[in-house]
Design a protein around this ligand. Structure first.
Ligand code: SF4
Length: 480
């Protein structure tokens, strides 16, 4: 019996997970199987993750969004970590990476696997460094021990920083911001101290064997991603990418699924080049990008600077986007930052899908637009990407229940609501009454809009959102 999704796919078997994915994506199960067999898509689904609702990551499918969570030494209780998982899934994360570096990592990870309906990713290097007592104390045996344990616990995909090699390090000397990946800096430090090749590269075949046994998907880390526009697309970044291409093919030989991580900070005119190059070098393995941020000048708004790059990357063929929050480069995100970051990235992912004319992608836009034109405010809120935010903003000025059927909102007001004017004109006669009024304004009593042009009544309903206390640790995307 096949141990991994790619092995089953290569043998011609459509698994239950492929069936479920096909149903979720409205695609033919056989097409899903072909994409997985060819390594063009992955279904991260550890055989030990029983609560998982399988999903697929690949450029031919809906673009996915990842959110990072995790504890630190300062905030390390199980309840808080579960609440973070809930918050990420509530706001639409398709996968969640636990980048925790605090206490009780095993208990938290096992609880996450037990409760998470979305794939769970980790960076096992972090736990290994913590257990070793520092980057220089790491050993190959310890790395394998931690990776195997996390695979047994049910982690669906792991970031493995095996692509940064000793010969790449001199290429970073002229950089403006050096090595900004946490995993990359740890591996570089280890290689310099020990005078040896990257230990994860050295034990790569053993990692493949572990992943094949439990069906863990590789997320090959981009340790040399650019940390600023000046370093984008440099020799170091592309040298590592070449190695990631070789590692992709080696993993496929073991029937192990692979996706490849990407930058970082990239100017707009080079985003597509990055995606196209990764697709070519890595034979179409799914590209999982952080941003990229298209400018360095907007700390506090990096969910926007990066969502611009993410939308462009999605249109160019990136399969999954790792969210960035407004706190990027500045501090620890709180719940509102997670919400804003996920909203920005779900917009980027959906815009990419619409731009790529993915089957059914624009149906959502069309349905919301119809509700908007029909002044069906409740339907408009329900269809909104963030229904609570849409309702809240509308109700700030027109809170009454009667305004849920009003043929205007406070943006233009009743007299200048273009959609109402347009509808009235089409229905015949109303445009005439508008122009025949003495003052040239709307005769509200005569207008079909009159029924809803009343003073506000009713109450402003508050949202029912999960609460996360201020200042708690939510890991930054750049942490890995
Ligand atoms: S008032 Fe303006 S913004 Fe509001 S519904 Fe009418 S056209 Fe749209």
């Amino acid at each position: 019996m096949a141990r991994t999704q790619i092995q089953a796919a290569r043998e011609g078997t459509v698994t239950d997970a492929m069936e479920r994915v096909a149903e979720r994506e409205n695609r033919d199960p056989e097409f899903v199987r072909e994409q997985v067999a060819d390594g063009q898509a992955v279904i991260p689904a550890n055989v030990n993750h029983e609560s998982l609702d399988p999903m697929i990551i690949g450029r031919e499918f809906a673009t996915k969004v990842n959110a990072n969570i995790g504890n630190s030494e300062e905030t390390s209780d199980l309840e808080t970590e579960l609440e973070k998982l809930h918050t990420a899934v509530h706001y639409g994360a398709d996968t969640v990476m636990d980048l925790g570096t605090g206490s009780d990592l095993d208990e938290i990870r096992e609880t996450h696997v037990e409760h998470s309906p979305v794939p769970l990713g980790t960076v096992p290097l972090y736990e290994a460094v913590k257990r070793a007592g520092g980057p220089e104390e790491l050993t190959k045996d310890l790395l394998l021990e931690v990776i195997e344990k996390q695979a047994e616990q049910g982690v669906d995909y792991m970031t493995i920083h095996a692509g940064i090699l000793a010969e790449h390090l001199p290429l970073t000397d002229g950089r403006k911001t050096g090595i900004v990946s946490r995993g990359g800096s740890i591996m570089a430090s280890w290689m310099e101290t020990h005078g040896e090749q990257n230990p994860l590269f050295q034990v790569y075949d053993e990692i493949c064997e572990i992943f094949a046994e439990h069906d863990v998907t590789f997320s090959l880390g981009d340790s040399l991603r650019p940390g600023c526009l000046a370093d984008a697309c440099d020799e170091a970044q592309y040298a590592e990418l070449d190695t990631l291409g070789e590692l992709t093919r080696r993993a496929w030989e073991y029937d192990v699924q692979v996706m490849v991580e990407g930058p970082g900070h990239v100017p707009m005119h080079k985003v597509a080049e990055n995606v196209e190059r990764q697709q070519e070098v890595c034979d179409g393995a799914p590209f999982y990008v952080l941003g990229p941020l298209v400018t360095d000048v907007a700390p506090g708004y990096d969910h926007i600077t990066s969502a611009i790059g993410a939308a462009m990357a999605a249109q160019a063929g990136a399969a999954m986007l790792c969210y960035v929050t407004p706190k990027e480069h500045l501090g620890l995100p709180d719940e509102e930052d997670v919400r804003d970051g996920l909203a920005a990235y779900r917009i980027a992912a959906h815009a990419g899908d619409v731009g790529n004319e993915r089957p059914g992608a624009r149906d959502w836009d069309d349905a919301l637009s119809e509700a908007r034109y029909e002044f069906d405010w409740r339907e408009q809120f329900d269809l909104a990407l963030d229904p609570d935010r849409a309702r809240e903003y509308h109700d700030q000025t027109l809170p009454g229940d009667n305004y849920k059927e009003a043929r205007f909102c406070s943006m233009c007001g009743v007299e200048f609501c273009s959609m109402r004017i347009d509808q009235d004109a089409r229905e015949g006669g109303e445009m005439e009454s508008l122009t025949s009024d003495e003052d040239g304004g709307t005769d509200l009593e005569a207008s079909p809009a009159a029924e809803v042009n009343r003073p506000p009544v009713g109450t402003h309903e508050s949202g029912d959102l999960p609460s996360v206390s201020d200042g708690e640790r939510v890991e930054q995307p750049g942490d890995d």
